[in-house]
Each structure stands twice: as C-alpha cells, then as structure tokens.
Write a protein that binds this ligand. Structure first.
Ligand code: FO1
Length: 315
C-alpha cells in the first residue's frame, strides 16, 4: 500500500515511526514542511526535515522532541562565548547535518537531492521529500508586551522570543514562487492513502498545502485522505498551535484542527479525551471519525494511531 504522509516536526516523527510498523517503509513518502527553515551562521537549517529524519533513523531525542539523542552543545557554548547568536540550540551532532547540507546546496544540489543523500546516509527507508526545493519562510506578525507591532521569522517567534507575542497573522513568504519538489504531486496522485500527521495545522501542514498544486492534488484524492488531530483535550500535544490557531480563526480543539482540512480529508482520528467532539466533526465537517489513544508514548501506540488513520483513508 503506497502511503503519502504530510509532515511537520516532532508529532510527525513519532507518527511515522508507527506508520512504518504498519506498512513497509519503502511504501511511504513523507512530504515535509520546509517553511520553518532558516539560515543561521551561514548554515541552512531545516528543522522539520531533520526531525522526521532523526525520528525515523532512531536518532531523535525522545524527551526534548527535536535534535539528536546523546547530543552535546560545545560548539554552541563556544559561539556564546565569542558573542555570536546562541539562542538557537544547535547541537554538535546536529551541526554535522547542517554543515553537509549547506556545502552540498552551495555546490548546486537541490534540497531534494541533499535530503535524499542525508536520509540514505542515516539508513532511512522512507522517501523523505521537502515540500519544495524553493525557499519558503513562515513569518509571524504579532504584538509584543508593550503593544508594538512586530514581524519575525518563525524560529525567532518560537525559540528566541518563546512564543510570548500575541499572534496577529501568519504568512508564508516565497510561497507564490514555490513549486512542489520533484515527486510530490506524483506521489499524492499514486497514493492508496494520504495521511496528515498530527502536526501543527497553521505552520506545519498549511505551508505544504499552500505549495502550488498540492491542495488540489489532495482534494482530488479526498476519499483516500485522513488525518490525526494534533490537539488533545483542547491543547496541543507539543508546540505552539494554541497560540497560532486563534490568529487564523481556528478553535483550539480537535474539531478546530479538523476544520482546517474541510473538503480535503475523509477521516479524522481524535484522542479518547475528545470522543464527545466526534458527532460534530462528522455532522459539521462530513468526516468519518476514529477515536483512540493518540498520545504516542512509544512506537506501539504510534502504530495503532497510524493503523486507525490508514483504515479511515482506505475504508
Ligand atoms: N526548539 C526549541 O524550542 N529550542 C531550540 O533551541 C531548538 C533548536 C533546534 C535546532 C535544530 C532543529 O532541527 C530544531 C530545533 N528546535 C528547537 C525545534 C524547532 O524550533 C521547532 O520545534 C520546529 O521548527 C517546529 O516544528
């Protein structure tokens, strides 16, 4: 069964570890958000591509969610001591990927080619595709504590400023010029199942869908498409979706997250704690709902979540 997963960072990484227990890894294509990417110290950093890669390679730090297990931060401390920007936690092992990626991009390789080489080197069987080879940057328009308007790149809003600013709007700079990376549309068209990972609907999945042709390609396969709620009991399992969803008119609930995919998905997996929302999701949004434990504390739980999503997508 050929499966396409639309993926952000941590939630997607955990989910994909379960998905590859339910179907062979070589049957899975993950289309990953790149709008969180940034350049720092001259290095191209792709947090969601790296999170998904590290989780699937068995190298992720399970507790922290992002970055590598067994990581050290000696280079970062040196940067701090030298007076450089040290607000973004680049670990020593993680830096290896950024160095190699930046070098290959500088030699003219596309982000897709670089990603294929990195994932092969780390033994990842899933085909991991960036949503686009062209750069797209999420920009957050917000209001700070003293009422002044601000505009920040996503990682500055989230990591440097700790998501403390009141979000007024979310934009994806460069999206109009971004074409789907090679293989993205073809994979969606050929998929037996399309699954939206439990990722942030506003800054992880929305940019993927906003790449030219992707939303239409998914909508055309709606009967084969299902998603997993990243919101459980009215709060995100990880990340800052609760700060961002209201800014784009979405309620912070499993229903609100589902409504981001109105007309796109046939099924929606919610946590047991949100079982009471199932009738409204079915009646208002026309989606079939599966209820299960979606807190992916280990790969066995993630496999059950993935199986529920696959059943909805193919049933
Ligand atoms: N998240 C943090 O909260 N603090 C960090 O210092 C940080 C560093 C970092 C380095 C590499 C990387 O791939 C991800 C990193 N993240 C960090 C996670 C990242 O900011 C976001 O969680 C994702 O972009 C959202 O999917």
């Amino acid at each position: 069964m050929k499966v396409v997963a639309l993926a952000g960072g941590v939630g997607a990484g955990k989910f994909l570890r379960g998905l590859v227990r339910a179907v062979p890894p070589t049957d899975v294509t993950a289309v990953v958000n790149t709008a969180d990417d940034m350049t720092l110290h001259g290095l191209r950093i792709c947090p969601d591509l790296d999170s998904v890669t590290y989780w699937l390679a068995g190298l992720a730090d399970r507790d922290r969610g992002w970055g590598r297990a067994g990581e050290s931060f000696r280079a970062l401390e040196e940067v701090r001591g030298l007076g450089g920007p040290a607000w973004f936690g680049l670990g020593d092992l993680d830096l290896g990927a950024h160095l190699v990626r930046t070098g290959w991009l500088g030699e003219g390789a596309s982000l897709s080619e670089v990603t294929a080489r990195l994932t092969a080197a780390l033994g990842v069987g899933v085909r991991i595709l960036p949503m686009s080879d062209e750069p797209v940057a999420t920009v957050i328009d917000s209001m700070d504590d003293d009422g002044s308007g601000r505009t920040d790149p996503f990682q500055v809003y989230w990591v440097k400023r700790g998501a403390r600013d009141e979000v007024k709007g979310v934009r994806f700079e460069g999206i109009a010029r971004a074409r789907p990376a090679p293989g993205v549309l073809e994979a969606i068209e050929a998929a037996d199942a399309i699954v939206v990972c439990p990722s942030n609907p506003v800054v992880s999945v929305a940019p993927i869908l906003a790449v030219s042709g992707v939303r239409d390609a998914v909508a055309a396969r709606r009967e084969r498409a299902a998603g997993v709620s990243p919101i459980v009991g009215g709060a995100p399992v990880a990340g800052m979706a609760d700060r961002l969803m209201p800014a784009v008119g979405l309620e912070v609930s499993a229903l609100g997250a589902a409504s981001a995919y109105r007309g796109l998905l046939h099924g929606w997996v919610v946590d047991e704690r949100d079982a009471d929302l199932a009738p409204r999701i079915e009646n208002v949004l026309g989606m079939r709902v599966a209820v299960t434990d979606t807190i992916m504390t280990d790969d066995a739980v993630a496999e059950r979540v993935a199986t529920a999503a696959l059943e909805l997508a193919t049933g």
